[in-house]
Design a protein around this ligand. Structure first.
Ligand SMILES: Cc1cc2nc3c(=O)[nH]c(=O)nc-3n(C[C@H](O)[C@H](O)[C@H](O)COP(=O)(O)OP(=O)(O)OC[C@H]3O[C@@H](n4cnc5c(N)ncnc54)[C@H](O)[C@@H]3O)c2cc1C
Length: 365
């Protein structure tokens, strides 16, 4: 169905998926746009606010006003030991002011935005009869069909972070999930935790971490939020034959890392491309051509493997596997695992390249 068959588009939800759709529609489609958002400000839900820079390949430069910090590397700790220390000269991710970013995207669209308006699909279709409805409601769409895990997010002030250009990830044996420190600057950060544990257990780990880390000795927690994230991958059960479903609503979240903002925006981009092409129904095929679909599948398989086998991490083995090859972890987590990755791993040693090749074969089917 071509966009010319409709008077416009009505989007339900103004998270990264809905806002990016409105923003991109202005650039590529000449159509009316209406956005409904249940919250009083878009983008207010719990989120670490980390956004990989590669999203700019799809939506163009991120509005500078919304960028809080440039991230140039990350550190991963397992059982309190530093396993991966990856640094780059270039910015690999941004810390963004998420509500402000959503506002800027909407501001640069031509959408009529209705904040504080919760609306059902049936209502939207009834009110806007000649409009194409788009579902961008995040995990709240068909929640019973999806696997959700919990995340808790604190915003802290008065910290002492000596390297605010680095993101940190901490995990411990026996836990499926991780804790993150995402700095805005040397004094302020998001510290959060997500995983398969119950809320009380996650909160205990998070509080204990903040209490025992000297950098957060005099820290003030100024905001506490919690929420769910979908970890069941892209699933046909979330789709609808008569209405496009984008973002986390369609399962566009990387199940291991819980990264959902960039995937949601890429799914919005796929829909705009499909509409431009003349048929919205091909948007999932367009999405499949991005590396995102494969990455989500790969991470989902790894997650299931870890859970089913209750795989325990062998910290020393892990450390020796990634030594001098930290960039590989970046590729694995953020998604460009292919033959080229194996070739690039060769300088790290043939054995490592072979292990990586077998991992790719095993998990990408
Ligand atoms: C604790 C936590 C930390 C996270 N950290 C990160 C991170 O650092 N980086 C990252 O990339 N991802 C992160 N994620 C995941 C990410 O936040 C989501 O995957 C992403 O926001 C999904 O975008 P979306 O637009 O599809 O859905 P959402 O962001 O969920 O947006 C959907 C919007 O629709 C609105 N809505 C729902 N129903 C209706 C209705 N009926 N009518 C009107 N409006 C409605 C909601 O209010 C919401 O604003 C995190 C998730 C959690 C829980």
């Amino acid at each position: 169905m071509s966009i010319n068959d409709y008077e416009g588009i009505v989007v339900i939800g103004a998270g990264p998926a809905g806002s990016a759709l409105a923003y991109l529609a202005k650039q590529y489609l000449n159509t009316n746009m209406i956005v409904y958002e249940a919250l009083r400000r878009p983008g207010l839900k719990a989120c670490g606010w980390g956004l990989l820079r590669s999203v700019e390949d799809y939506i163009g430069p991120i509005p500078r006003e919304a960028v809080l910090n440039n991230i140039k590397g990350f550190r991963i700790y397992v059982d309190d030991r530093l396993i991966i220390d990856y640094g780059s000269k270039r910015t690999i991710a941004y810390m963004v002011d998420r509500p402000l970013l959503m506002e800027k995207l909407l501001e640069h669209s031509n959408a009529k935005v209705l904040l504080g308006h919760r609306i059902s699909v049936r209502e939207a279709v009834g009110i806007h009869q000649n409009y194409l409805p788009v579902i961008a409601t995040g995990f709240q769409w068909r929640p019973r069909n999806r696997r959700l895990i919990l995340g808790i997010e604190y915003r802290v002030k008065n910290a002492h972070i000596d390297e605010p250009g680095l993101m940190e990830v901490w995990t411990w044996s026996g836990i499926v999930g991780y804790l993150w420190v995402f700095p805005f600057n040397s004094r302020e950060a998001h510290i959060g935790i997500g995983g398969t544990l119950p809320y009380a257990e996650l909160k205990r780990l998070l509080d204990e971490f903040i209490r025992s880390d000297k950098r957060f000795e005099n820290t003030r927690i100024v905001d506490r939020l919690s929420g769910y994230v979908t970890v069941s991958g892209l699933d046909k059960k979330f789709l609808d034959p008569s209405i496009p479903v984008i973002g986390e609503a369609m399962g566009a979240v990387l199940p291991l890392t819980g990264e959902g903002m960039r995937p949601s925006m890429i799914s919005a981009w796929s829909l705009v491309k499909a509409l431009k092409h003349g048929d919205w129904r091909i948007y999932t095929r367009i999405l499949e051509k991005t590396s995102l679909t494969k990455s989500i599948e790969l991470q989902y398989r790894i997650l299931r493997h870890v859970e089913n086998r209750r795989a325990r991490l062998n910290v020393d083995k892990l450390r020796s596997l990634v030594r001098d090859c930290e960039w590989l972890v970046y590729e694995l987590a953020f998604g460009k695992m292919n033959t080229w990755t194996v070739l690039r791993a060769l300088p790290c040693g043939l054995k490592k390249a072979l292990i990586i090749a077998s991992l790719i074969r095993r998990y990408s089917g």
